[in-house]
Design a protein. Structure first.
Length: 203
């Protein structure tokens, strides 16, 4: 391989090594690692840790990060934990986190050239399906968030529903539920911060 390893990896046609999962296509992580090590036998990768865990939990979802070192150059990629519809998973399990780590690894390798063009929109799948209905898990999470916010603000749950212009959570689509969960998480965090500040001032 020439000194410009990025250019050499970028020339490789990855189309025959795409895998279908759900409605979307992904580059095989095993093949990507194989190509990485063929190009640089000393290449390494590292799953970043956050307080000892291989994922980071935030108000807007879970994230993983993988750093790939090739030819002495380290590049990292952050990837949200998503389902097969490319939607954030509110409470991911170990398998879902591991799957996101694999996808993140492939994207980190792509930063070094391999298959980068597919992330530039040249071969991205187009989702033409109808939105998915809300799941029972999302209904439970949404109702819990509404209750938590009402208790923190010392208001009725009905007031939260009115603010959200929401009548029946079961009628929502999954993407709408995820947006509301993210919004409520932000409001809850702000409410907790306000309570903590008030308590500190009164101490």
């Amino acid at each position: 391989m020439s000194e410009n390893y990025f250019a050499e990896l970028a020339k490789i046609d990855v189309s025959e090594h795409m895998e279908k999962k759900g409605r979307f296509s992904y580059l095989s992580w095993a093949w990507a690692v194989d190509q990485l090590r063929r190009a640089d036998p000393e290449a390494t990768w590292e799953v970043m840790r956050f307080d000892g865990m291989p994922y980071m939990k935030t108000e807007c979802g879970y994230f993983v990060e993988v750093a790939v070192t090739m030819k002495g150059i380290t590049l990292s990629q952050i990837h949200p934990v998503l389902n097969n519809q490319n939607k954030p998973i509110a409470q991911p399990n170990a398998f879902e986190i591991n799957t996101s780590i694999q996808r993140c690894l492939v994207k980190a390798i792509a930063l070094h050239g391999l298959g980068l063009y597919i992330y530039a929109g040249e071969d991205l799948p187009v989702d033409t399906t109808q939105p998915e209905p809300i799941t029972s898990e999302e209904v439970g999470i949404l109702k819990t968030r509404i209750l938590d916010l009402a208790q923190l603000r010392n208001i009725k749950q009905e007031d939260v529903y009115k603010t959200l212009k929401l009548t029946d959570v079961t009628k929502l689509m999954s993407n709408e539920a995820q947006e509301l969960i993210a919004k409520l998480d932000k409001w809850i965090a702000n409410a907790k911060a306000a309570i903590a500040k008030k308590e500190a001032q009164g101490a």
